[in-house]
Design a protein around this ligand. Structure first.
Ligand SMILES: [Zn+2]
Ligand SMILES: [Zn+2]
Length: 277
């Protein structure tokens, strides 16, 4: 059997979830991506935006799902953690949750206390240690094996409060996830090198070029910058995500068409969309 990664989007929205007619094509839940492979039934999850609620229900309903779950974070802004209290496997005593943040030079020293804080009773009725699943909190500096032989490396990039891009490598297949990144005047060449030759590059494209000019310092990219990264790094496919909550389907369809004129294998992420590479 040819080894394949499967990538599925459970949340594609940036900043805040949205539920309104005119937004359903691209989806309203915030960032959550699942990565599985066709060799074992293990699952890695990137970020716990509100999209993780649906994924958690699916995991709980699947009798073949592995009891060991890997949940890695690009960073901890609200739109990337807000679904965590509603992630059903975290309440299952059979499950082990490996909660991971990677990379050097991070301002955050202890992720367990961060999750304790998120689950403090002033914010939520169930405390972290009352949830049920066994939880390990891991902070590797350079790389980690997520499941099977999948090796993940990260690179710090510019975003308020610090965020990290991830490169997942498994048997010649490469997926790069680069969200909540602000390149500045020039494209960050460290991210280009991380994305080099990726089968899929998933990149922040919250803004169009005009919006980027009025949102310097907000921590995000324009679709043009995302395309530039994909071109410079020679990526085979580009998927744009972290859609602005003010961009409705009509806006995003137009944006997608513009992107595809310049980079043929480019799509805007839709909730529920999946790819195998
Ligand atoms: Zn975000
Ligand atoms: Zn952010």
């Amino acid at each position: 059997m040819e080894p394949k990664f499967k990538v599925k989007f459970y949340g594609t929205r940036g900043s805040i979830p949205i539920s309104e007619p005119g937004f359903y094509e691209f989806g309203g839940n915030t960032t959550c991506i699942s990565i599985t492979n066709n060799i074992n039934n293990r699952i890695a999850i990137i970020d716990a935006g509100t999209g993780i609620r649906k994924l958690g229900k699916e995991i709980e309903q699947d009798p073949s799902s592995d009891n060991e779950i890997y949940l890695a974070f690009t960073h901890f802004h609200w739109d990337h953690i807000q679904g965590f209290p509603f992630f059903k496997p975290a309440y299952n005593v059979e499950k082990t949750l490996n909660i991971i943040t990677m990379g050097r030079d991070r301002p955050l020293k202890d992720i367990q206390s961060l999750f304790n804080f998120q689950m403090h009773e002033v914010f939520f009725p169930v405390k972290l240690d009352e949830m049920g699943a066994k939880m390990n909190f891991l902070m590797p500096k350079d790389e980690i094996e997520l499941f099977g032989e999948t090796v993940v490396t990260v690179r710090k990039h510019n975003h308020p409060g610090t965020a990290y891009s991830m490169r997942l490598y498994w048997r010649e297949k490469v997926i790069v996830i680069c969200t909540d990144i602000e390149h500045g005047k020039k494209i960050d060449q460290r991210i280009v090198s991380l994305a080099r030759g990726a089968d899929i590059l998933i990149h922040d494209a919250q803004y169009n070029p005009e919006e980027l000019e009025t949102h310097r310092g907000w921590g995000h990219s324009s679709y043009e910058q995302a395309i530039e990264v994909a071109e410079q790094a020679g990526c085979k496919m580009l998927i744009l995500t972290h859609h602005d909550p003010d961009h409705n389907d009509e806006f995003l369809f137009k944006m997608e068409n513009k992107c595809r004129e310049r980079f043929k294998d480019c799509l805007l992420a839709r909730e529920g969309m999946e790819f195998t590479v």
